[in-house]
Design a protein around this ligand. Structure first.
Ligand code: ZN
Length: 204
């Protein structure tokens, strides 16, 4: 059963600022219109940053190419969350690591954003680990290991072109609400990029 508007209003009132913000900038599109209005009202009454309301609106409309590209350049012009470098445009890459333990073979793909040099380092570390530890599982170690190695090498080559990778474009598109809400705050953008690198594993 759907909660009544009173119940919803109370739920929003009881959410701490960070949870309320997270709901607004990531899940607004899944809320029904009345719920959205309540959420916006609650954000306003707390005096939270107006960027959050903009972050809601971005999720409700399909963003056009111009907007997408402006978010992509914004993200790419941040300093590298790993080394702090600002001289190069950031990019994103997936690095695959295969580890085999007895008969089990684990294939993990880690998503990271950073300057090309840091992305390459992450990629090389994954490649080395895979080359040393991937082969020992039968049969999947023998299948997954070359697969991951080939993909990592391709990723590393693509980083040389300095074009925004597809995976960066996907990331920006999927997180448009968050990016819109914090686009004027470099510090928040840094926190977002650091968090992405620390936890995100990509299943695709
Ligand atoms: Zn870096």
């Amino acid at each position: 059963m759907q909660p009544t508007l009173e119940q919803l209003s109370l739920t929003y009132k009881n959410l701490p600022d960070d949870k309320l913000t997270r709901l607004a900038v990531t899940d607004a599109a899944s809320l029904r219109p009345e719920a959205l209005e309540l959420l916006k009202a609650e954000i306003k009454s707390r005096g939270l940053d107006e960027g959050i309301t903009r972050g809601i609106d971005v999720q409700l409309n399909n963003i056009d190419d111009t907007q997408l590209h402006s978010y992509i350049s914004l993200i790419r012009s941040q300093s590298c969350p790993t080394c702090g470098d600002t001289s190069q445009q950031l990019n994103a890459a997936l690095s695959g690591t295969v580890i085999s333990i007895i008969i089990f073979t684990h294939y993990k793909k880690a998503f990271s954003i950073g300057c090309p040099a840091c992305l390459k380092k992450t990629n090389q570390a994954a490649t080395l680990k895979t080359a040393l530890l991937g082969w020992w599982g039968l049969p999947w170690g023998l299948i997954r290991t070359p697969e991951a190695l080939i993909k990592n090498i391709r990723t590393s080559k693509r980083l040389n072109t300095n074009e925004a990778s597809d995976i960066l474009v996907d990331f920006v598109r999927n997180n448009a609400g968050i990016i819109e809400s914090i686009k004027n705050n470099d510090q928040s953008l840094q926190v977002m990029l650091t968090n992405v690198n620390n936890k995100q594993h990509y299943n695709k």
